[in-house]
Design a protein around this ligand. Structure first.
Ligand code: NAP
Ligand code: HSE
Length: 432
């Protein structure tokens, strides 16, 4: 005999309507797997008259949040409306009154998650968020449950589909950033305001969530070093290919000798690394644990049904545990423990530099001397000529701290023969 579980939803856009579809299509399967019959009682929207997917039952739509929060039979609130406010107020209300919460809202969790987790811990309600990172890939439950026996060393992720689509198209077709972005917007792959994706905010929010699980500490998202892809030029992609690398927007959290590191930036990775072949809107994560070694996760990081898959799994996981004490593995256990992330200055990396100089004798010698003064040794260097009187010098350094690199770049800019430093991109060799 199945139990009945009543849920209320906040939002019925791309993801919300996917959740409704999955819950309707798979009722029988869920009754069998989780012994639960799920009833969606109400769905909060802004504008009930909007045209929606044909399967959305219009009689469920409401603009009155009280119909959800004041209904004592609603046990789970599913938040798929996005934004920080009023989503946060709604979820605080739900958690404080003991309603369980499932959310896909990485922006809210990364920026204001502490208050939500504290409220959940206090009331004993569950707060699940599988869909907030990498859409359909079950990375949160893998980190929380499947890998609980490991000390996690690092995660390297391609966790923003829009930027991966843009970089993949630039790599495959040799086109420039602006042109590919415009095409991605026209095809609906990129938002009309692409700032959050292109400038790395979306990936930083997701990395804040991931790194809190990798480091077992709370993370201040403002400490995550973030660089977007807007400055990656077609020439950088072409040189990367020539050197045997591919450029990806990587989100990286790792334990290093210098402390805990978390950053999002365009990164040159070896072209034969498995992450280099993750193209288009796909996401992938490489997780390194001390017992398990390396694990790769790959799949759709966004979209209606992949994201609905994650949300409905969270709902069913809560359903099967609803009468048990709070699940310690799935709750936040480190409220007093905030990570101190390494300042970017102390992070050690190899770097790619593309410099425009006057085409004069002695220029290379000056550059080598300046880098040498900062103890930076050059791994690879090529010089080409595109315009009369101007040379393009492209080099990759051996590992160096960001602080030393920055000092050397400041000195390079001061050289009379330097016209511009067009690009500085980190190179990642995955601890090789
Ligand atoms: P969306 O298509 O814009 O849908 C948002 C829904 O929330 C709409 O139904 C909207 O109502 C409703 N809403 C927004 N503000 C509201 C308010 N103040 N009061 C009442 N209703 C409100 O967004 P989405 O793409 O489904 O994304 C939802 C969440 O999932 C976001 O947090 C997003 O980051 C996350 N997410 C999305 C994806 C994806 O592939 N789209 C993947 C992973 C995670 P109306 O319909 O009346 O406008
Ligand atoms: N804008 C996000 C992306 C959607 O491009 O990956 C899913 O979070």
């Amino acid at each position: 005999m199945s139990e009945r579980l009543v849920i209320g939803m906040l939002g019925c856009g791309t993801v919300g309507s996917g959740v409704l579809k999955l819950l309707m299509d798979k009722q029988a399967l869920f009754a069998e797997r989780a012994q639960v019959e799920i009833e969606v009682r109400k769905v909060l929207v802004r504008d009930p008259s909007r045209v929606r997917e044909e399967w959305v039952p219009r009689e469920l739509l409401t603009t009155d949040p009280d119909e959800i929060f004041e209904d004592p039979e609603i046990q789970i609130v599913v938040e798929v409306m996005g934004g920080v406010n009023p989503a946060k107020d709604y979820l605080m209300m739900a958690l404080q009154s003991g309603k369980h919460v499932v959310t896909a809202n990485k922006a809210l969790l990364a920026q204001q998650g502490d208050d939500l987790f504290d409220a959940a811990n206090e009331s004993g309600a569950a707060l699940h968020f599988e869909a907030a990172v990498a859409g359909g890939i079950p990375i949160i439950s893998a980190l929380k449950r499947g890998l609980v026996s490991n000390t996690l060393r690092s995660v390297y992720g391609i966790i923003n589909g829009t930027t991966n689509y843009i970089l993949s198209a630039m790599t495959e077709e040799g086109r420039g950033f602006e042109e590919v972005l415009a095409e991605a917007q026209a095809k609906g792959y990129a938002e009309s305001d692409p700032t959050d994706d292109v400038e790395g905010f979306d990936a930083a929010y997701k990395l804040a969530i991931l790194s809190s699980l990798i480091f077992n500490k709370r993370i201040d998202v403002k400490q995550i070093h973030r660089v977007g892809i807007q400055s990656v030029a077609a020439q950088d992609i072409a040189y990367a290919k020539q050197f045997g690398y591919t450029i990806k927007l990587l989100a990286i959290a790792k334990r290093t000798r210098n402390g805990l590191e978390a950053r999002v930036n365009p990164t040159m990775i070896p072209a034969d690394h498995p992450l280099a072949s993750v193209n288009g809107v796909y996401n992938a994560l490489l997780v390194q644990g001390d017992a398990v070694g390396d694990l790769m996760f790959y799949g759709r990081g966004a979209g209606q049904m992949p994201t609905a898959s994650a949300i409905v799994s969270d709902i069913l996981n809560i359903a099967v545990e609803i009468d048990s004490p709070p699940n310690l593995l799935m709750s936040c256990q480190h409220s007093e423990n905030v990570a101190q992330l390494s300042a970017p200055d102390h992070v050690i990396n190899r770097y790619y530099l593309r410099i425009q100089t006057e085409d004069k004798s002695g220029v290379l010698g000056h550059i080598g001397h300046l880098l040498g003064k900062e103890d930076i040794s050059i791994h690879t260097l090529i010089q080409t000529k595109h315009r009369p009187g101007e040379a393009e010098i492209v080099l990759i350094t051996h590992p160096v701290s960001e602080q030393k690199l920055r000092q050397a770049v400041a000195e390079l800019r001061k050289l009379e023969t330097t016209r511009r430093i067009d690009s500085i991109i980190r190179v990642e060799d995955f601890g090789q």
